[in-house]
Design a protein around this ligand. Structure first.
Ligand SMILES: [Zn+2]
Length: 461
């Protein structure tokens, strides 16, 4: 199909936006889907399920949609005669506006279907585009027009609030602006949004709090493995002030008993993930602030608040914005490895193998070796003699988690739950204030630092 020029797309987006913002985003999304820029078939191959956890149901996805490998093939797909009217030079990164209409180069493949709408956030011109490999419905990216590093500050909070004023049917949030706890692109200021209710957003409050300087803002600590505050108010100005106050206090806050140190050796370590939604009906804004710290030490070279080494067989990468909200994005290799682990476990159970035999078998197979200690522990817990037969007989025969793929990944419910348990442990690793004595003392100290008091009584939201 012949795509309209970037200028025409922006004009059409603006025309629709003036009448109905949702029709504008629908237009941009449909354009991307129709021309193949949004890889709907690849996205459908992703494996997804929900798993229970102490913090409610978590969402698990195995990301099987991989970007194309050959930049030349992508460059060749640029339509003949497409004018390079808006390309002003080689993009400096994957998020630069210059990617639109870029003809392709070894470092930066062309993205012929990319179209970027222009929006205003915080008085600046920003772009809005959809992700070609969305992790959830209408996964969009707002990007600064200028190639500049991500910074979580008061201005960023203001831009997020602007975004939900423009598009109240989307959430919007930001990755953290420090390595280890941040996303994969720190060099270009951007947000991620879309049409999805994440588990974090449905979690109840553990403790309501009253912030003395901001009495019009309802606030509380969320019952969530990552250390999270929720603020709610129809008063946008008060909400932003409260958020800035929390952010500034957190930047300088240390609580060594819990491992939280704001500064060492000239580097600062505290930042947060801000996430904003707006109820279009009531006008109430909800702001989640997830406290993050990226310090490492000799015992935790990956990060003190990073998944521990025993969990790396499932998840090793940074825990970014999407995952911190309870949606796991697990590496594609697991689509082959986990069914192999499951099959080995079932075979061992059927033959009554000893745990040591099973472990040796798992270690001998390149697909299962990384999972051997974990799978052996599952075997000992779930497939004990006497329990074994009933367990196997109760297994459903049909695949339970398949996308419309040629090679469905068949994971049985108990296996899904085991993976979900690992993800819950991954999330717990990110919590700066754990659910233990040091963590509770840390929360108390931080509440005092932001001049907030617990409101007595357990909250049921
Ligand atoms: Zn850039």
């Amino acid at each position: 199909m012949k795509l309209p020029s970037p200028a025409d797309v922006r004009a059409e987006f603006d025309r629709r936006f003036a009448v109905d913002p949702e029709s504008a985003t629908n237009y941009l999304y449909q354009l991307g889907a129709d021309c193949g820029y949004i890889k709907q078939e690849a996205i459908a191959r992703n494996v997804c399920w929900e798993s229970p956890s102490p913090w409610g149901s978590l969402e698990i996805t195995i990301n099987c949609s991989k970007p194309e490998k050959d930049p030349r093939a992508i460059a060749a797909a640029v339509q003949e005669g497409t004018p390079l009217e808006e390309s002003t030079g080689e993009p400096q990164c994957d998020l630069c506006w210059e990617n639109e209409m870029w003809p392709g180069s070894p470092g930066h493949p062309a993205k012929p279907g990319l179209r970027i709408a222009a929006i205003m956030l915080g008085g600046e011109r920003w772009g809005l585009q959809f992700s070609p490999y969305g992790y959830f419905p209408e996964h969009c990216i707002a990007l600064a027009a200028q190639h500049r590093p991500m910074v979580i500050d008061g201005a960023a909070i203001g831009r997020l609030l602007d975004f939900v004023d423009l598009f109240p049917f989307y959430f919007i949030g930001s990755n953290a602006d420090l390595p280890i706890v941040g996303g994969s692109i720190l060099s270009h200021d951007h947000f991620q949004g879309g049409r999805h209710q994440f588990p974090l957003m449905s979690a109840p409050l553990r403790q309501r709090i009253k912030m003395r300087p901001f009495l019009t803002v309802e606030a509380g600590i969320v019952e969530w493995p990552a250390s999270t505050l929720r603020l709610e108010s129809p008063d946008r100005h008060a909400l932003q002030q409260a958020a800035e106050h929390i952010l500034e206090t957190w930047h300088n806050f240390s609580f060594p008993q819990a491992g939280v140190v704001a500064f060492d050796e000239g580097a600062h370590h505290n930042t947060l993930n801000p996430i904003v939604t707006k109820d279009a009906r009531t006008g109430v804004y909800t702001l989640h602030l997830v406290l993050r710290n990226n310090r490492t030490d000799a015992a935790h070279p990956w990060g003190i608040f990073h998944p521990t080494a025993n969990l790396h067989h499932i998840k090793k990468e940074n825990i970014g914005l999407i995952e911190i909200m309870g949606r796991a994005i697990l590496p594609g290799r697991l689509a082959k490895e986990l069914p192999a682990v499951q099959e080995t476990l079932l075979d061992a159970a059927a033959s009554g193998a000893a745990p040591e035999e099973l472990q040796a078998q798992l270690e001998a197979n390149t697909l299962t070796t990384a999972h051997a200690p974990w799978a052996t522990a599952i075997y000992q817990r779930r497939f004990t003699p006497g329990f074994r037969r009933a367990e196997i007989l109760s297994l459903p025969k049909a695949p339970t988690t398949t996308g419309p793929s040629a090679e469905p990944t068949i994971l049985l419910p108990w296996m899904q739950d085991e993976v979900g348990t690992v993800f819950a442990q991954v999330l717990a690793c990110t919590g700066v204030f754990k659910n233990d004595d040091a963590g509770r003392a840390g929360w108390a100290a931080f509440l005092a630092a932001i001049d907030a008091q617990p409101i007595p009584g357990k909250d049921a939201q």
